[in-house]
Design a protein around this ligand. Sequence first.
Ligand code: CA
Length: 249
Amino acid sequence: MADAARIIIVEDNIPFARAVARGLECDGYVTVLAPSGAELRRIYRSQGADLILLDLGLSGEDGIDLAVELTRTTPVAVIIMTGRDEIVDRIRGLDAGADDYVTKPFAQGELNARIRAVLRRRQPVLAQDTTLRFGPVQLDANTRQVRCDGVADAAELTEMETAMLDHLMRAGGRPVERGALMQRVNWDPTDRAADVHIGHIGHIRRKLSDAGIDVLTIWAVRGRGYRLALRGESDEKEAAEGLDRSDRS
Ligand code: CA
């Protein structure tokens, strides 16, 4: 791999976490340990990660809640670890949007294979080094241009708008909460955030529309944040997901 993938291991059993980390580092991954949800948030906010290996059995907190929070607010891949008898949790974890799970005790080789598979599945999103693709729409983070198959013009975004659209594209159509979007672009979430982010989303919509890129829509999801959709598929899902028509462009 060009860049070593970064994995945060969320596990309160430190000796176990260290053993898992050693096994991952043998395969070239960079690992960070987080013994709690609070540590995970702090580390992810400051360093990011490509994948989070999340133990559901954390002392004093529900790993499922963390899984839901991660899959709703970040684009990061999540593999959950569960105890042998926690079949219900396994199902809840996958329902929460986790990419895969491993059941303890597991062989290190199995875990590494599952991680490779999850990272591989997510890789085709990156068409080239800095280009993200969502359906026919491509965002080049270097040039900050958005292009669409079959459309001659490109939309030029600011750095802030590029970071926001990048985050939404990496979420692959999943909702991204407003707070997560703001953290991503290094805003202070308490600082006039509501007005500011609505303004940026509006600018992105207008620039896409001006360039003739009308296949991509940014939906406001009531109480959740935003998500991307391709025109056509949006209308089918709208009723089921409680999307806010008034905030559509
Ligand atoms: Ca544990």
